[in-house]
Design a protein around this ligand. Structure first.
Ligand SMILES: [Zn+2]
Length: 341
């Protein structure tokens, strides 16, 4: 019986090593260790053995059974490890590939230009003052020395709300009144950025809504020289060193005297081109000394205080700096445009 056992063990071990998958292992388990397996008859025989042979035979039988069970477990583990390794190869991912970059967005070209303007004026001591987009006729026009039916109103036709006397502001100038009434009688040095609205035909050069930045300085000894210095410094920092400036007489109801501020054309260096209409000059702002009536409306005595104000576009300098030839791109909602900045 012992010889037969050893022989069975050897055979079982050999078959186990040949079993290549889980199914084969199950079959092997039934064939040898199962209730009707090859080992079962030996337990029967054990009972028929002479008493003195039983201990050794029983011990050997148990050893063989345990050895086979242990071998089965080892084989199962080995097969699983093999399957895992195969899966690792088959389902391998290359973790060294670069990831998909997240889209982080960017600033709108108008916003980016506004921020440049803020930075330039901040270094000259100007704070940003926010005024509302929705204004009253009183603040937008009348307190700025533009009474009802004044011909200058034709230049600033706008959108009216259904509430009498309430409109979308046509310029950032009404913010001057608000800033003066808040700070009077303290000196003021602010810029007033924001969206303005005009009821007018939309063309490559004019939009019905656009950004403007207003500037206002009020104090006891402010002269036109200060205005000139501030404008020259702005042009230099925005468009580069060596800019030439000129002031051209003009008229605004809320400044006296009034000027248009021109800068030499940065595209043709003053030689004359299509953008500057062959004049060699580009208008960059309207400006002037704050009108005495406006100073008084803001709470400042014009005999004691003086001030200068200017207003400039934001899309225009952006167009010049980036070579954009149509203002409508700025609010056309076309990502292909915005993503180029
Ligand atoms: Zn030019």
């Amino acid at each position: 019986m012992l010889d037969a056992l050893r022989e069975l063990e050897t055979k079982a071990q050999a078959e186990l090593q040949a079993a290549a998958d889980t199914q084969a292992l199950q079959a092997w388990n039934q064939a040898y260790l199962g209730r009707k397996g090859a080992l079962a008859p030996f337990f029967q025989q054990l009972r028929d053995l002479p008493r003195e042979e039983r201990p050794l035979a029983g011990q050997t039988l148990n050893q063989v059974k345990q050895a086979l069970a242990a071998a089965l477990e080892a084989r199962q583990e080995a097969l699983k490890a093999g399957e895992r390794a195969a899966a690792m190869v088959a389902e391998a991912i290359d973790v060294t590939l670069p990831g998909r970059p997240a889209s982080i967005g960017r600033l709108h070209p108008s916003t980016a230009t506004l921020r440049r303007i803020y930075a330039i004026f901040a270094e000259m001591g100007f704070q940003v003052y926010r005024a509302p987009d929705i204004e009253t006729d009183m603040v937008n026009f009348e307190l700025l020395n533009i009474p009802p039916h004044h011909p200058a109103r034709d230049m600033w036709d706008t959108f009216y709300t259904t509430t009498e006397g309430v409109l979308l502001r046509t310029h950032t100038s009404p913010g001057q009144i608000r800033a003066m009434r808040e700070y009077s009688p303290e000196p003021i040095r602010v810029i007033l950025p924001g969206m303005c609205y005009r009821y007018e035909q939309v063309t490559a050069r004019s939009e019905m809504m656009f950004y403007q930045v207003e500037g206002l300085a009020v104090g006891t000894e402010i002269t036109m020289t200060d205005l000139k210095g501030v404008m020259a410094e702005y042009a230099k920092r925005m468009f580069g060193e060596g800019r030439s400036m000129r002031f051209r007489a003009s008229h605004f109801p809320f400044t006296e005297p009034s000027v248009e501020v021109d800068m030499d054309c940065i595209l043709c260096k003053g030689q004359g081109c299509r953008v500057c209409k062959y004049t060699g000059w580009l208008e960059i702002a309207g400006a002037g000394m704050v009108h005495p009536v406006v100073l008084r409306n803001g709470g400042y005595d014009p005999d004691v205080y003086s001030g200068f104000a200017f207003g400039m576009g934001v899309e225009r300098p952006a167009m010049l700096l980036h070579g954009v030839n149509d203002i409508r791109y700025f609010f056309g909602n076309d990502l292909r445009f915005a993503q180029q900045f």
